[in-house]
Design a protein around this ligand. Structure first.
Ligand SMILES: [Zn+2]
Length: 244
């Protein structure tokens, strides 16, 4: 996108701010309770937004950095106390460079009824064999509480987790993968809930969905989709350009 800086660090921070506004525009704002973070490529820390700002208030001048080595109990002040979970995930999984936690209605509903995402929507093929239902509830993410250790252990090679009675966690090797993943996950959950109410689910054959997964998992495709969602968010709110 032409609005993004050529400076690597500024460009990543701009994408993070865009990511907040994209998810807000797509209905995953989560008020002040959701969080998005992205790992810095140059050192052992990640960026996130100031607490307690909403996704629609994200601004490049109000981003905060958090050391990944921070003890989960030391998170306080200007970032959400839930970010201890992000520290633990980044410490454990070196291939995860962006983390999203939101509370979208249909994905939350799947968790509430104890169902994982089924391979029924081609667009959600990247999650085939890469999403789990975390079938426990330990309370809110607060300074290491809320099932942090159990969730970190459960991630393994998965790209997303449905948190029972709560929301979702989505992981990306780059921020575009995590942001776009959150959107396609919620849409696929909506399709599944509506389909389950109407009849029996007809699943995509394994061979077909593996072919779709391989195609749709291309980095270029996630970036095209991210840029589209960014243009769509900016069309809805021109003020976003001033926050980059
Ligand atoms: Zn939450």
């Amino acid at each position: 996108m032409e609005i993004l800086s050529n400076d690597t660090i500024k460009r990543i921070k701009q994408k993070l701010v865009l990511g907040f506004h994209i998810l807000d525009n797509e209905g995953q704002g989560s008020y002040i309770a959701g969080h998005i973070s992205t790992r810095s490529p140059e050192s052992d820390y990640f960026w996130t937004n100031q607490f307690p700002l909403g996704f629609d208030e994200a601004d490049i001048n109000k981003l905060e950095s958090v050391s990944i080595g921070t003890n989960e109990f030391d998170i306080h002040g200007s970032v959400s106390p839930a970010l201890g979970l992000h520290c633990e995930i980044y410490k454990t999984y070196k291939n995860i460079n962006s983390i999203i936690h939101t509370h979208p209605i249909y994905a939350a509903a799947l968790g509430i009824i104890g169902k994982n995402l089924e391979p029924i929507d081609q667009q959600a093929a990247p999650f085939f064999e890469s999403i789990i239902l975390f079938d426990e509830h330990h309370g809110v993410f607060n300074n290491g509480e809320g099932g942090t250790k159990e969730i970190v252990s459960a991630i393994k090679n998965n790209k997303a987790i449905l948190l029972k009675n709560h929301g979702i966690l989505v992981f990306g090797e780059y921020i575009e993968e995590a942001i776009v993943g959150s959107i396609i996950l919620e849409k696929a959950a909506k399709i599944q809930i509506i389909s389950m109410a109407a009849g029996n689910l007809q699943k995509i054959p394994d061979e077909s969905i593996r072919q779709a997964k391989k195609f749709l998992n291309q980095e270029e495709i996630f970036k095209w989709k991210f840029n589209y969602f960014a243009r769509r968010a900016i069309r809805a709110n021109q003020n976003i350009k001033k926050m980059l």
